[in-house]
Design a protein around this ligand. Structure first.
Ligand code: AMP
Length: 194
């Protein structure tokens, strides 16, 4: 059970295509609820910036728009969720991204006798995603890479929508609105789920 603002624990996943604004929304909600927003994309980019062994291994994969393998990601997320700040909750942004990663997450939570409360899907039409991505102009956001990311999302990550819907965990919001309007819708959805 979850209740916005009065929550002392929320274990949730933000799901949505690249450019749907899930990172922005995750950070806002996490701050409000008092749990860490955990972005595996940020963690990997930091590893690349640090030049760590992990960073060297994943740099080319990040640049191409493909996914880092599930085994590597399992190590990354297991370590991060073991940190004290994630003990009472978290908002995951960018993990899980494959059905195999869903299993890994379930395994980690099972071992802690915990479960997911909620999966929030942010829905945005594909032409709007491309428009946003081109406007954002991150160094790795060439149109080819953007299209690659979207096709990877469709093929490997979109199946998570049905997976979590089948488990009764999925709630969706219309992401084709202002940041504030999307945030208000998520807030509302957290309140209704309480
Ligand atoms: P993001 O910032 O979430 O879009 O992630 C940027 C890139 O990091 C992705 O395009 C992937 O190459 C990699 N990445 C982030 N999270 C994952 C994940 N859960 N599984 C595999 N690769 C990931």
């Amino acid at each position: 059970m979850v209740a916005a603002d009065s929550m002392n624990s929320l274990r949730a996943v933000m799901l949505g295509p690249p450019g749907s604004g899930k990172g922005t929304q995750a950070a806002l909600i996490a701050e409000r609820v008092g749990v860490p927003a955990i972005s595996t994309g940020d963690m990997l980019r930091q590893a690349v910036a640090d030049g760590s062994e992990l960073g060297q291994r994943v740099q080319q994969i990040l640049d191409s728009g493909a996914l880092v393998d599930d085994a590597t990601m399992a190590d990354v997320i297991e370590l991060r969720l073991a940190a004290p700040d994630a003990e009472h909750g978290f908002l995951l942004d960018g993990y899980p991204r494959t059905l195999g990663q869903c299993d890994t997450l379930d395994g980690i939570l099972d071992a802690r006798s915990q479960e997911l409360d909620l999966v929030i899907l942010i829905e945005v039409p594909e032409d709007e995603l491309i428009r946003r991505a081109l406007a954002r102009q991150r160094t790795d956001d060439t149109e080819d890479v953007i299209r690659k990311r979207l096709s990877v999302y469709r093929e490997l990550t979109a199946p998570l929508v049905d997976h979590y819907r089948g488990r009764g965990l999925l709630k969706s919001v219309d992401g084709d609105q202002s940041i504030e309007a999307v945030q208000a819708d998520i807030q509302q959805l957290l309140t209704v789920s309480a």
